[in-house]
Design a protein around this ligand. Structure first.
Ligand SMILES: Nc1ncnc2c1ncn2[C@@H]1O[C@H](COP(=O)(O)OP(=O)(O)OP(=O)(O)O)[C@@H](O)[C@H]1O
Ligand SMILES: [Mg+2]
Length: 233
């Protein structure tokens, strides 16, 4: 579905991505794991079109989208749930969700709300409350729900488990697995490597802007080098 070839990206003169090559297969969960500052967020931002690419190619469903602006990527079926959730605090839960569907018509928006509320019933209960009043886990559900409102084929999730208690981490990851069952393809970025790899079909380990390891989620979970560096065992 998504093909990334030799992608480079920088902040000024500092190279953050030094030739990233990876694939995301349709219907799968692909995990991208790695430590602080490895380049995970930069890659997702290049894929959603909010950070410029220096060189390399991004192909989505066979179409080269490397130069597409962000809104054209949403139209093509790519949605991102950003690091740190970035919900609109003063707005209601439901208005946050409706913003995720700004391109879509009324019927699709209402169907999207039903889908998100079916997945996260706490968001339905709190739909008229300010997003700022939600707990961290609920805000994460809202960020994922808002991304889903555009009806994406590919969902980019940046550290959905960050800062959450273990029980909530499990709940969020279960939601990711449920999305896969609904046919959504997911690229899941996580510092929590064991959690991400255990639900992933395929995984990549990124170190200082380069892919250091790749394989099935299971193979990476059992790879001694990955275990030592990222799983604390
Ligand atoms: N706005 C910025 N200006 C300058 N350098 C940046 C900026 N954002 C990120 N970087 C640098 O780019 C590199 C990659 O950062 P990035 O945020 O993509 O890493 P990450 O893997 O998402 O890390 P984390 O797990 O902490 O979220 C790091 O060296 C970082 O310091
Ligand atoms: Mg990051």
């Amino acid at each position: 579905m998504l093909d990334v070839a030799d992608l480079h990206a920088a902040y000024g003169r500092i190279l953050a991505l030094k030739g990233i090559t990876l694939r995301v297969e349709t219907g799968e969960i692909t995990a991208l794991v790695g430590g602080n500052g490895a380049g995970k967020t930069t890659l997702l931002r290049c894929l959603s079109g909010v950070h410029p690419v220096k060189s390399g190619r991004v192909t989505f469903h066979g179409d080269e989208i490397t130069a597409f602006p962000a809104h054209a990527r949403v139209a093509a079926g790519i949605a991102q749930s950003p690091e740190g959730r970035q919900v609109f605090g003063p707005l209601s839960v439901e208005d946050n969700l409706r913003l995720g569907a700004f391109r879509r018509g009324r019927a699709d928006t209402e169907a999207g709300l039903d889908r998100v509320y079916g997945m996260f019933d706490i968001l339905k209960t709190k739909r008229h409350l300010q997003a700022a009043g939600l707990s961290g886990g609920q805000q994460q559900m809202l960020a994922i729900g808002r991304a889903l409102m555009s009806g994406p084929r590919l969902l980019l999730l940046d550290e959905p488990s960050m800062g959450l208690a273990p029980l909530l981490v499990d709940q969020i990851l279960a939601a990711v697995v449920a999305l896969k069952a609904q046919g959504v393809t997911v690229l899941l970025v996580e510092q929590n490597a064991s959690a991400a790899l255990s639900i992933a079909d395929r995984g990549y380990v990124i170190e200082t802007g380069r892919i250091a390891h790749s394989g099935t989620g299971l193979a990476l979970l059992h790879d001694p080098a990955v275990r030592e560096a990222y799983l604390g065992v």
